[in-house]
Write a protein that binds this ligand. Structure first.
Ligand SMILES: Cc1cc2nc3c(=O)[nH]c(=O)nc-3n(C[C@H](O)[C@H](O)[C@H](O)COP(=O)(O)O)c2cc1C
Length: 337
């Protein structure tokens, strides 16, 4: 949805729109996030990047740092726990043209959280304060933080961390309404998002369990958050950013999107890698359709773009298109494969 007037600002940066693709390692790379941005995601987050890696980017990180001008505002998300390294990394992100630097305080992965980065940083509030104070005083661009509820039920310190972020120069907080211990299970706590929105004067982005257009509106109404962030439910479903529910998307739209997405992957990466990285997206685009196990396997293990495209054609040619233009009819006419 195009918004002429900004929905809100992060520091001086106007944000046009109130639905945003979550940063997702392994998914929100340039091909996918640029498609989501075109469909209405209001800003573009990189996947998280280790602070040390941005200082001397290996090839894989270089790909993560690439963006296009029309993606702006571009957020480079960093994780780390050493204030000096974080400062050097954030300064580098600024030099690379980021509009915003975001500090990841949500990653639950053992290797990251146990060393005190990602959600592990929430266990050391003084360090959060030091990082935000140091970086916000040095950067010319806004600094933001993405947090969880806390480590576990005994340490749900999101109100403290949100206050610390604000008091030390943070310009926005995104809150995923789960603890580290919950991982991605259980139900996201929207009450906590409402609580943080009430407690701080900087914008708050709510995150967790938004799956449908109705959920976007429900989270906004329930929490009064400035914008909603969508992660897993956007995979294979970028139309959510146009406020179009998946069941209203026609086969032809799916086909066109898959071709466009694959084309971007093949051009952005080496074609071989581009295809391999596209498989997990393809699986999600096709998940509503009853393909046979053998056919799905053949498609998702194909190593040749031409073969992949011809298998895709087979799927879409055998689809039982509805006389109703754009209708959703999940049954292929023949049993594919
Ligand atoms: C595969 C995957 C990768 C993720 N990578 C990141 C990341 O790089 N940075 C980050 O802040 N959050 C990351 N997240 C968390 C999401 O941004 C989001 O907070 C979480 O999925 C909850 O939102 P959802 O219920 O809409 O999926 C990741 C989540 C998933 C499932």
């Amino acid at each position: 949805m195009k918004h002429e007037t900004p929905s809100f600002h992060i520091g001086p940066i106007p944000i046009h729109g109130d639905v945003i693709l979550s940063p997702m390692d392994g998914f929100s790379d340039w091909p996918f996030r640029s498609l989501c941005r075109q469909l209405g995601s209001a800003m573009s987050y990189t996947e998280f990047i280790k602070a040390e890696d941005i200082l001397e980017p290996p090839k894989q990180i270089a790909d993560k740092l690439r963006y296009e001008e029309d993606e702006r505002p571009v957020v480079i998300q960093l994780y780390g726990d050493d204030p000096d390294v974080m400062l050097a990394a954030a300064t580098r992100a600024q030099e690379l043209g980021a509009d915003i630097v975001d500090v990841n305080m949500g990653c639950p992965s053992k290797t990251i959280a146990k060393r005190g980065a990602g959600v592990g940083l929430m266990r050391t509030p003084l360090k959060v304060a030091r990082i935000f104070k140091l970086l916000s005083a040095s950067l010319d661009i806004p600094l933001t933080g993405k947090i969880r509820l806390g480590w576990d039920d005994d340490c749900r310190n999101y109100p403290l961390i949100a206050r610390i972020v604000e008091e030390n120069g943070g310009a926005m907080i995104a809150l995923h309404g789960r603890t580290k211990e919950q991982g991605y299970g259980g139900k996201a706590n929207w009450e906590a998002i409402a609580e943080v929105k009430d407690a701080v004067n900087i914008p708050v982005i709510g995150n967790g369990d938004v799956v449908t257009v109705a959920d976007i509106n429900r989270m906004k109404e329930y929490t009064n958050c400035d914008a909603v962030m969508i992660g897993r439910a956007a995979i294979g479903n970028p139309w959510i950013f146009s406020r179009l529910d998946r069941e209203k998307v026609s086969f032809e739209q799916v086909r066109q999107m898959m071709l466009k997405h694959l084309e971007r992957n093949l051009a952005f990466y080496d074609p071989e890698i581009g295809l391999v990285l596209f498989r997990k997206h393809a699986a999600r685009y096709l998940s509503p359709y009853p393909l046979s196990k053998e056919f799905r396997k053949k498609l998702l293990t194909s190593e040749c773009p031409e073969e992949f495209l011809s298998l895709l054609d087979e799927i879409f040619e055998s689809v039982n298109l509805s006389p109703r233009e754009g209708g959703y009819h999940p049954g292929p006419r023949s049993h594919i494969g």
